[in-house]
Write a protein that binds this ligand. Structure first.
Ligand code: PEP
Ligand code: MN
Length: 369
């Protein structure tokens, strides 16, 4: 268990509660756009305002942010609404400019968390500064890098921290811009329960239509709030136009979310839940027994292929397995994506077992003492 000593958001001295919602434009574009967007979102359940000042774009020649001048637009919007403001910082210059303008909270973007050199430079620049820092997950699904960023900041004396889950890059097809990989923030919660985690459905979805579902899912997983991008005229936005929503739509999404309790003391509910959980425990053990049984067969196949000098992987067979199992599982209510992911993992483990059998050599000789 981690030893990070982290101050909860309600004690950051910024008037926050336990659930923290953040909104504002992907990018500050003009003084009027920042002010109008922020004033309108402040009418809803929003506790922190955001705006991107320096934009880390994947390709050059797209809008890369207005730069330093945008800081004072955001600061003014914060003063007009009475809400704290946050910006992304990606290097030491950004940190100094943001601190000089009196920005309340910094965040580290996904393309920065991925780079320990960059995170360390930001942490060094923050040594001795008492400012909250939120850390987005790295672009690749690597929990260690995410935790490493918290540790670097913590070593520099930062104790007001939160994570932002914004999904992960991938190759292939998906309705999402960045795959949520919910298991990663869930694992962060398990290993570091003291770190609040805010979900950023905007960068996960990449399109407005999916925002409500992903936001609800985040609440159902006990996230500590949402960061949703908003714009007075989203279709005209200079960055992330497809995923931004008007302040009015933001209000609608937030008001339709169902907030459920993380637990209860009701003994009847607890008993019933306990029974169902016991059932789940039994089924999980059965699943593991069946997997182990499958691996025994995989090893037998490995021996057989070894004797006949045949390669482990036959792509035709793998294609057939995928097609057959997805076809078998879908009518039972299992999604194609999840079935494919599970099968890929099972296949990977089978190959590991077969490889061990195929390449088994005599026991290595014991090392002399
Ligand atoms: C953003 O929040 O506008 C942004 C650039 O996000 P990310 O670092 O998640 O890509
Ligand atoms: Mn954005």
């Amino acid at each position: 268990m981690s030893t990070l000593n982290i101050i909860p958001m309600r004690d950051w001295g910024l008037g926050l509660g336990d659930i923290v919602n953040i909104s504002g434009p992907c990018s500050a574009e003009s003084e009027e756009q920042v002010m109008a967007t922020c004033q309108q979102v402040a009418a809803h359940d929003i506790h922190i305002l955001r705006a991107g000042i320096w934009k880390p774009r994947t390709r050059p020649n797209s809008f890369e942010g207005v730069g330093t001048v945008g800081l004072k637009w955001l600061k003014a919007a914060g003063e007009a609404t009475g809400l704290p403001v946050c910006v992304e910082v990606a290097n030491v210059k950004h940190v100094y400019e943001a601190l000089r303008t009196g920005i309340d909270i910094l965040w580290i973007g996904a393309r920065t968390t991925v780079n320990p050199f960059a995170v360390q430079e930001i942490a060094d620049a923050l040594e001795g500064v008492d400012i909250p820092v939120m850390v987005k997950n790295p672009v690749n699904p690597d929990l260690g890098l995410w935790i490493g960023a918290f540790e670097r900041l913590h070593r520099a004396g930062i104790t007001k921290m939160a994570g932002i889950h914004r999904g992960f890059s991938y190759h292939g097809d998906s309705p999402y811009r960045n795959l949520p990989h919910w298991e990663i923030p869930i694992e962060l919660r398990r290993t570091h329960p003291q770190i609040p985690i805010i979900c950023d459905p905007s960068h996960i979805c990449g399109s407005r239509e999916l925002l409500a579902d992903v936001s609800q899912k985040a609440l159902d997983l006990n996230f500590d709030g949402l960061m949703i991008e908003s714009h007075i005229t989203p279709e005209k936005a200079l960055s992330d136009a497809r995923q931004q929503v008007t302040p009015a739509r933001l209000g609608e999404i937030l008001s339709q979310l169902v907030h459920r309790q993380p637990g209860t003391d009701d003994p009847q509910f607890i008993n019933q839940l306990e029974l169902l959980r016991e059932e789940i425990d039994r089924i999980d053990h059965r699943l593991i027994d069946i997997l182990a049984e499958r691996m025994v067969i995989a090893e037998q196949i490995g021996h057989y292929k070894r004797e006949n000098n045949i390669t482990i992987f036959q792509s035709g067979r793998w294609g057939e397995i995928l097609q057959d199992r997805v076809g078998y599982g879908q009518p039972k209510g299992l999604s194609k994506d999840i079935l494919t992911e599970i099968l890929q993992m099972v296949h990977k483990e089978s190959i590991r077992h077969q490889t061990r059998v195929m390449n088994a050599t005599a026991e290595p000789a014991k090392k002399a003492k």
